[in-house]
Design a protein. Sequence first.
Length: 211
Amino acid sequence: MATNNKGNRNQSKSLADLASRFTLINPPLKFPKDRTGADKILSVYWFAILFIVASGVFAMVYVFYTSPFDVRNVEADAIGNQIVSCISQNGKIISRWTTNQTSLKIRDECHLDFDSESNENQYYVQIDFYDFKTFQFSISNGTEVISSQPLTTVYDGNANLKTDCEVGEIKNYNKQSKCLEKRFYAVDEKNNLYTIKITSAVRKTEKNAKL
């Protein structure tokens, strides 16, 4: 019995020696009680990151709002679609467009609003009716040129914008009006076939183009 106790004491002593040696080799980590300097460094980096992020957001917002998004082509396309549905239904021209065209006012007939913030009218629309059988056109320098003369032309709005459309066929300028042409075919009540061309122009350069 005494021998066993002695053996246990020797074993406990060996374990204690091993633990002390391990402690000397791998001393426990000690954290400084005063971490004020480290906190200050972290604060500086934190504010620097916030400044970089805030500057990036400001730059993106500035670029977005100082470069206006030009929606004039979209608006001109919407006007053209409205006129198409106003002139014909199911491929047939509404009778008033073939009997008394010259007395029609497009904005009233097609429920278009030409009002704008500017004192000068910012819109122009023109409808050309061609005889389908004699309608001819050619391609010059990649641009389609109609050689036929229209049977009737109806227009409304600021006629001065028509010049921008003619210039735009040669070269596109941001400061000029945006023009869009649509062409479709329809028959009248006597089954006469027409080629109908719609030209819609929207100016509004102050709001849509960077001057």
